[in-house]
Ligand binder design. Structure first.
Ligand SMILES: [Zn+2]
Ligand SMILES: [Zn+2]
Length: 351
C-alpha cells in the first residue's frame, strides 16, 4: 500500500484525481494524512496557470494546496517535536533556516526562496502540496492543533495567519480606530484579530460578506454602494481618518482609498496583490501626511497564536467556512469558490 489519490495538475486548467506514490519523509520531514484543505484565493489562478510566469508551479505534473491540516503518520529520524498521531496545521512557507531573513524570523522572505537544496519549501506553489491523501512537510512547518479545534477550522490558519501578520505590521494599539478594506476571508479575520488587540474596527465593502463582518464583531461597516467611503470614514472618525488601515480588497480604488483613509502619521498595510501593475498611488499624500505604507506577505510565526485564538473561540468561523466537499469533487469545489456561488466564502476539501 504505497499509492494514494491526489488532485494532479498536468497543465493549465487540466487536472484530475490520479493515483500517485505516497511520498517518503526525509530526516527533517513528517508524513501526514491530510484531513482538510481550505481553497485559497490564489488556488484558482494556480490551477489555471495564471502564475506560471512566477514559476508556480515550476513544472507539471503538480499537486497544489497549502492551507491544510492533517494527522502525523510517520516522522523523519531527526524530528523530535512531533509524533505519529499528532494533529497538525501546516504552513505554506518553510524557510532555509540559515539566511539572514530566516534567522530574523522572517522566513516568508527567505533569501534562498526556491532553493530546495538549501532546504526552502513553498508548499502548493513550488513543491507538491496538500490536495492529496498524504503529503510530506518539514516538521517546522507543522504546528500542533489544540484538542478542541477541528481540522476544518484549523485549516483557516493560513488565511488567519495572513490577517494576523497584517495586524502585527499595522502595530495596532488599544483604542485605536482601524479601517479594513475588503470583507472577504482575510478582511473578516483581520477584523476579528484587530478586535482582540482592543481596536475599534470599521470594515469597508458590500453585500453578504460585509453583513457577516458585522455579525462577527465589526464595530461599524461602510457599504460603498450606499456611502462614499472616504466621506463616511471621515464622519466616523471626526475628520481624523483611521489610525491604521489594512487593505484586503485588491481593487485599484480600495488600494488608493486605503492611503486616503489614514490619519496624518497613520499606518497602511497592503495585503492584496493588485491585478493592475500600473496602479496609481497618492504619493503626495503619503509624503505630506507622513503615511507609513507597508507590504505584508504571508504569515510567519502566526500559527501558534491563531490556533490559540481559535481554541478560545476568539476567532469565529461559522460565517467563513460555507462549503465542504470531498476531494473527488474538486472541480465543483473550485467552481463554487471562484465564482462565489451560493454565498461561498471559504470552501474546505476533504481528501
Ligand atoms: Zn493561501
Ligand atoms: Zn532562508
Amino acid at each position: 500500500m504505497n499509492k494514494m489519490n491526489a488532485v494532479v495538475s498536468y497543465g493549465k486548467n487540466d487536472f484530475c484525481i490520479a493515483e500517485v506514490e505516497i511520498p517518503v519523509p526525509t530526516d527533517d520531514e513528517v508524513l501526514c494524512r491530510i484531513k482538510s484543505v481550505a481553497i485559497c484565493g490564489s488556488d484558482p489562478g494556480l490551477f489555471s496557470g495564471h502564475y506560471a510566469s512566477m514559476g508556480w508551479p515550476p513544472s507539471y505534473p503538480f499537486i497544489f494546496g497549502h492551507e491544510w491540516t492533517g494527522e502525523v503518520i510517520k516522522t523523519g529520524k531527526r524530528v523530535t517535536s512531533l509524533r505519529p498521531g499528532d494533529r497538525v496545521a501546516g504552513e505554506a512557507h518553510s524557510g532555509c533556516g540559515i539566511c539572514r531573513n530566516c534567522r530574523e524570523g522572517n522566513y516568508n522572505l527567505c533569501l534562498n526562496y526556491g532553493n530546495l537544496l538549501k532546504g526552502h519549501r513553498h508548499y502548493g506553489f513550488l513543491v507538491n502540496g496538500a490536495y492529496a491523501q498524504y503529503g510530506v512537510f518539514t516538521a517546522k512547518s507543522c504546528t500542533k492543533i489544540p484538542d478542541n479545534v477541528s481540522y476544518d477550522d484549523a485549516a483557516l490558519c493560513d488565511s488567519a495567519g495572513t490577517a494576523l501578520q497584517a495586524v502585527r505590521l499595522a502595530d495596532i494599539r488599544q483604542g485605536e480606530t482601524i479601517a479594513i478594506y475588503g470583507p472577504g476571508p482575510i478582511g473578516n479575520l483581520a477584523m476579528q484579530i484587530a478586535r482582540t488587540k482592543g481596536a475599534h474596527v470599521i470594515v469597508i465593502g458590500r453585500g453578504a460578506r460585509l453583513e457577516a463582518c458585522l455579525a462577527d464583531g465589526a464595530h461599524e461597516v461602510i457599504d460603498y454602494e450606499k456611502h462614499e467611503p472616504l466621506e463616511r470614514l471621515a464622519q466616523l472618525t471626526g475628520g481624523m481618518g483611521a489610525d491604521a488601515v489594512i487593505e484586503c480588497a485588491g481593487t485599484d480604488t480600495a488600494i488608493y482609498n486605503s492611503v486616503m483613509s489614514a490619519r496624518k502619521n497613520g499606518r497602511v498595510v497592503l495585503v492584496s496583490m493588485p491585478k493592475n501593475k500600473d496602479l496609481v498611488m497618492p504619493v503626495n499624500t503619503i509624503v505630506c501626511n507622513q503615511i507609513h505604507v507597508t507590504g505584508s506577505r504571508a504569515n510567519p510565526n502566526c500559527c501558534p497564536e491563531i490556533l490559540k485564538l481559535l481554541a478560545e473561540g476568539r476567532i469565529k468561523t461559522e460565517h467563513l467556512i460555507t462549503h465542504r466537499f470531498p476531494m473527488t469533487e474538486m472541480a465543483e469545489a473550485l467552481d463554487i469558490f471562484s465564482k462565489r456561488k451560493d454565498g461561498a466564502v471559504k470552501v474546505i476539501v476533504h481528501p
